[in-house]
Design a protein around this ligand. Sequence first.
Ligand code: ATP
Ligand code: MG
Length: 183
Amino acid sequence: MRLTAVKMAGFKSFVDSTIFKAPTNLTGVVGPNGCGKSNIIDAVRWVMGEGSAKVLRGESMTDVIFAGSSSRKPVGTATVELIFDNADGKAGGEYAEYSEIAIKRQVSRDGVSTYFLNGTRCRRKDVRDLFLGTGAGTTGYSIIVQGMISEIVGSRPEDIRGHLEEAAGISKYKERRRETERR
Ligand code: ATP
Ligand code: MG
């Protein structure tokens, strides 16, 4: 699974519809301080189902919606869509056969999020399940933020084991077992 595009509208500083493309395996984002580089990463994490406002550098979950600027009024909705090339079939479950996967999350000022997988409304859980065992997703290691390396090095053995299990593709089976046990 490879992220090829991030489409944003009303998300943080990206008030107008914006498409960020990653056409090759290595894409750099450069720009002056405050221009929105980190906001693109926040957008990616948000669509993957991130539920912590703090991780997204805000105080409440509706802080991701464009809050207005000196020349623009605030907007009511934030939408982000991630496009993944799934030629390697790494996406889990029924999505393995799709060559391209589009995941969209939308939120309005009431704080209610809606998710879509290839255009069909789905649950947050479906999005999270899709990423389990791929290394991406909110508990994955494919986004290495500042301070994360030292956090991993200094973390408890149980937490290091969690990273190894995600890398080995075991975490999705453990999650399924936990769900079965809860029923
Ligand atoms: P640096 O190089 O300092 O890391 P950066 O390019 O990563 O900067 P970001 O942190 O992505 O910059 O962007 C910060 C900008 O996004 C700020 O100008 C901030 O006002 C704006 N911003 C964040 N949330 C919102 C929001 N909800 N509405 C409008 N603008 C926002
Ligand atoms: Mg930054």
